[in-house]
Design a protein around this ligand. Sequence first.
Ligand SMILES: [Zn+2]
Ligand SMILES: [Zn+2]
Length: 635
Amino acid sequence: MEVAFDSWDSIPPLLPPRSRLYTLKPVGIGTPFVESLSGYIARLADAHAVSVGDLVGRELSPSASEPLIRFGPVMRLKRANSHGFHAQADAINGFGECSQKWIDALETATLQTRLRFLTLSPFDGVFSHQGVFRAKRAWCPSCYEEWQGHDAIIYDPLLWRMHLVTRCPRHLTPIADECRHCRRGSQPLAVYSRPGYCSHCQQWLGEALTPPADSSSDATPGRAVSDAKAIGELFAAAPGLRGLSLHSVVTANLRACVNAVAGGNADAFALRCHVSRSAVRCHLSQRNLPTIEVILRICCELKLPITAFLENDPHRAELYWGFARPAVEPRAAFRQPEQVRLVLLTALDEEPIPSLFEIAQRLGYKGTDRLYQVDSEICKQIVTKYRKSGRSHLWKKPGGDKISERVDIRSLLEQTLGQDQPVSAHRIAASLGYANDGYVRRKFPDLCAAIGKKLAAQGTERLKDIERVLTEALETHPIPTLQDLRKSVGYSSSSCLQLHFPELCQKILTRRRCAQQEKIAKLKNTLECLLSEIPAVSLTIVSQRTGWSRGYLKELFPEQCAALSARHRIWLHEAHEQRKMALFAEVRDAVRKLHGEGKCPSIDRVTSLLSPNALKDWKTVAAALKAARQAIEHQ
Ligand SMILES: [Zn+2]
Ligand SMILES: [Zn+2]
């Protein structure tokens, strides 16, 4: 049969999932000039021809799993139709949870998948969060102008947000943070933020600036530009670092760098790189995270690229350290292990042999740790030889006096035995310079035993006294703390009390706990009573009346405190409304009176007639006056 028509495929084609918002592509991922997330939000709002406030407050936040902005009950009451967005600081572009909720919300809305590279999230747990960002929005006017001239996308790079970046690495001109039209600075993401425009006056921020004639002549701009370039390298490397445990990579590389460059001497390394010694030590022991600034200083001093510290392959990283090593060798503080070993070997043959500490001092070290680190065997040989030389203990010198010949130990012991508070034989031996009390006990066993007996008897008496103090404390109100009790009996720590009198201490602790619980129950009652007090009291007043801090009250009774605060806020609002109504009535009367007298109800005349307690807020007075005048006109 002849086929007259083509057959139609009735299976509907598969449509890829649709995004709710435009699937705007972020600019520059994997380059130093990657866009910032706050800038991306501003660009997204611009693309939809809405303000950032409307985009975030009415679209993104309601559909996000976790609300992006906080809109309290009072604000909701006062500004029912508001989008609720207020200017945001740099948490959006930052590390961890703060930026994650924004990334999630934006990725869901736009179906983009790599928005985390617009923030510092890839470096979470690698660098310290402190002082990373600027407080205000900042931009390079030349970049804006250039992009506009080339019809390129105008956006806000993440680089401009960084506190350390003070010059544009492309134009070498200073980064601006004040609008040249209205002379105001703005928040990183404000209600009316638009890339390239001021969020206050909406004027164009771009401007073709001339770069400095010779940036190399001035050290500070040179460093500012190199810092900006280094941070840019970091951003460019971010997408390639997936799946690496960056924290351990950076620490391992820092350790390898210190070993290679300063022979493992962290202090000398810090001195050479002009960074804080404690910072280097803390980073090496992983006690805290390095700041980007410290790593930048090290890179700058050793002429290393910042990516050297992100290198996962130790062999490839070794090449960088090899490159950095000549930069530090001329300094005396750095010695390779071979050099130190040579000094040790020479000292071993010296006559008379120096002590290990003297050798360390000759090399400029504070202690002998580094010498043992290089070669513990030679060190031990030096120590043995030094001891044998007899220079270590003066009384071991041939012909030296014995301690027992210089001091009459018997009379010392007898004297202390006669005292009310005898000193133990061990302490006497130590004060004379003996390493232990063996000699004294061997020579004067009876005297030492008598002292020991007297001390033991006194100890038993003292324990009895302490037991009495503790028993008495159980009867007192309020019952004292164990800390107070240990101070009153002269112990340095309360664990001594617990050791000798566990049961008594337990009883004291239980009694204190009960007393505390009673106090808290009473406080709860007080708070509940205050909830019905008229006029409503603020949490500050509650804290003053009860003598408990606001923070502690909130921790103990979150619900009651929230109710108290809410009630106080509503009361304040109502009181204000009442005063406003009273003002309207007063103004109306005053206007009528002036009108009756044939005088113009000017604002000065009206305010002079108001009672001293009336609301003085200018805006409200003006509104009241307007309403009163209209009422008179309509009569
Ligand atoms: Zn620029
Ligand atoms: Zn402006």
